[in-house]
Design a protein around this ligand. Structure first.
Ligand code: NCD
Length: 301
């Protein structure tokens, strides 16, 4: 990789991504406690700074830190941090950086200048979800899961369903699809589509699912909406249900980055569909984040 920080995927080549996948594949065969070089890394820390809520991303980075020998320092800025006393995001990041972690993993809103901060801190910053701009490790773990299940990425047809306009996950897939040669199309009501879509758009779920090899549905991100979304109408037209999923090929995949709103993006029965790989995405998340941390360490060593 050209730069140590990972703020987006644009700077990665297909080879970089393949190398990461190959490291994740190796890790998937290792016992989590089987690493022998913890001594070497004793004292290294990774600061996980979360200005927005998170379950999967935060805990999988934390798990990856434990498995790779980085002591995780976790700041959940929403409970008990000095932001409550008026400290700025910028000062928070700079103060944590002054404690000399080996890497910082940051989740923040669009209003934080993460790119500017990455030039001012002495360690790499990994973007763990930056406003609507991108969520590179989520797209990487999704792509790794698709690659593992479907034997490759080239030519796969990923239908991104739902609130694309507010989704950093979709933004990162637009970047990664170009690098790895998979196709992306969107399926959503007009108010959830980006202002200008550069990929094909399906206005009906059935047609989209017939085209797709992967149905990736997104949470309706009410916290980023200015108006009120009609969730019932959305579920009626775009919600995944056993009947609607008949249109998806039998060997297709059903994905969701989580958290799921059951009854909105999908009904709970979809969790039992054999094509559903949502928990596998979570497992992949730990591997990809471990592989990333390891690659940072190896670059330094
Ligand atoms: C996503 C996020 O935070 O961007 N979730 C995740 O990281 N697994 C998607 C979402 O919040 O809907």
């Amino acid at each position: 990789m050209s730069a140590a920080s990972l703020l987006d995927l644009k700077s990665l080549s297909a080879q970089d991504v393949e190398r990461l996948f190959s490291a994740a594949r190796t890790l998937s065969g290792e016992s989590p406690s089987g690493r022998g070089d913890f001594e070497r890394k004793r004292g290294l820390t990774a600061a996980l700074v979360f200005f927005e809520p998170s379950t999967r991303t935060r805990l999988s980075f934390e798990t990856a830190c434990h498995r790779e020998g980085f002591g995780p320092l976790v700041l959940d800025a929403n409970s008990g941090s000095s932001l409550e006393k008026g400290e700025t995001y910028e000062d928070t990041v700079l103060n944590i950086a002054a404690m000399m972690p080996s890497v910082m993993v940051v989740r923040c809103g669009d209003d934080v200048d993460l790119a500017g901060l990455s030039k001012r801190v002495p360690c790499p910053i990994l973007n763990a979800g930056w406003g609507r701009r991108g969520h590179p490790t989520q797209a990487l773990l999704d792509a790794y899961t698709i690659h593992a299940r479907r034997g490759g990425l080239r030519g796969q047809k990923v239908l991104i369903i739902g609130d694309v306009r507010h989704s950093r996950v979709a933004a990162s897939h637009f970047e990664l699809a170009g690098i790895m040669g998979y196709e992306v199309a969107l399926c959503a009501p007009p108010e959830f589509l980006p202002e200008s879509a550069t990929v094909p758009v399906f206005h009906e779920l059935r047609a989209g699912l017939e085209w797709a090899t992967v149905a990736m549905t997104l949470r309706v991100q009410l916290e980023r909406h200015s108006g009120k979304a009609d969730l019932e109408a959305y579920h009626r037209d775009f919600g995944l249900r056993p009947e609607s999923l008949k249109a998806l090929p039998k060997d297709g995949l059903i994905m969701h980055p989580g958290p799921i709103n059951h009854g909105v993006e999908m009904v709970v029965e979809v969790m039992r569909d054999p094509r559903n790989v949502i928990l596998e995405q979570v497992r992949s998340g730990v591997l990809i984040r471990q592989a990333l941390l390891r690659s940072l360490w190896e670059r330094k060593a």
